[in-house]
Design a binder for this molecule. Structure first.
Ligand code: SF4
Length: 293
């Protein structure tokens, strides 16, 4: 795929993807209550789902926002809701927050992870619709996008009853087809088809793999474990990175501008720098600024 593989008439898609970016100002701190976390390298303590984090203030702001990493709360700087927080807060519950309406709190917290999954699917579908190579399945992609959008606009009781795995299976099949179409022209370099006898491909165990400067264009890395992999200056153009675990992977100087299905959360979990080339709609995590270039 080349830059011109992106369709030029994507203003709708651009606007749609804008809405899928977290806007914490419009959210009632839902992720800081709804989601559980366990004491680990990412969180300094245990917290159950539905339990309010002690650092969440009554104005729904984080009281330790500027020092999350120093306080062992790295997981908070990685998490991304794909805009589900503001959607649940402002649309599903029409701007009524869980402090003022404690009766809806439980349902609000349960809906957040469901909405997040729907918004994640919207993110990928909107991206799929930008690819010229995916034109043969554009109608199916458009229908799946419209149906997913419809589901996000249901009332709270209907959202609770959704069969998310079934809907995800339909979307997933289309995303896999998109990936095949977009990667179609790319020829993976045989030199990097294996690392230490481990094949590079979907779901591959590439934890700590030494892939500095590797040519990974067009490789299907769907769901691959790239934890702490050395991907410095690697070319990941047209590589499918959907669901790949990039925690602590070093992507300094890596070329990701043409990578397929990369998310902000994956970037937030990785280590990069100003030389890392990102796709449109993704931003440089603020904690990368401290990294040497
Ligand atoms: S530490 Fe801050 S960002 Fe993390 S869960 Fe608590 S209130 Fe939310």
């Amino acid at each position: 795929m080349h830059e011109h593989d992106h369709l030029s008439t994507t203003s709708n898609t651009a606007a749609n993807r804008q809405k899928l970016q977290a806007d914490c100002e419009k959210c009632f701190g839902l992720c800081c209550v709804a989601l559980p976390f366990a004491a680990s390298a990412d969180f300094a303590m245990d917290k159950a789902a539905g339990q309010r984090c002690p650092s969440l203030q009554s104005d729904f702001r984080c009281g330790v926002h500027d020092s999350l990493r120093q306080r062992g709360m790295r997981g908070c700087t990685v998490y991304d809701c794909f805009g589900a927080g503001q959607k649940v807060s402002q649309d599903t519950f029409a701007g009524s927050d869980w402090q003022q309406s404690p009766g809806s709190a439980k349902q609000m917290f349960e809906i957040l992870p469901i909405m997040r999954q729907l918004h994640e699917m919207l993110w990928y579908l909107n991206e799929a619709l930008t690819y010229r190579s995916a034109l043969p399945i554009q109608v199916e992609l458009g229908n799946a996008l419209a149906e997913t959008q419809r589901l996000t606009n249901l009332d709270s009781n209907a959202i609770m009853k959704l069969d998310i795995p079934a809907h995800r299976a339909v979307v997933n099949a289309l995303l896999q087809r998109t990936s095949e179409l977009v990667r179609g022209d790319a020829v993976p370099s045989p030199k990097h088809s294996r690392v230490r006898r481990k094949p590079i491909g979907p779901g591959a165990d590439l934890m700590g793999a030494k892939l500095q400067g590797a040519d990974l264009r067009g490789v299907n890395l769907r769901g691959a474990y790239l934890i702490a992999a050395d991907l410095r200056d690697a070319d990941l153009g047209t590589a499918d990175l959907i669901g790949a675990d990039l925690r602590d992977a070093d992507i300094s100087g890596a070329k990701l501008s043409e990578s397929i299905f990369l998310t902000q959360m994956q970037l937030n979990a990785a280590k990069g720098n100003a030389r890392t080339k990102l796709p449109p709609f993704l931003t440089y995590p603020s904690h990368w600024a401290a990294t040497n270039i």
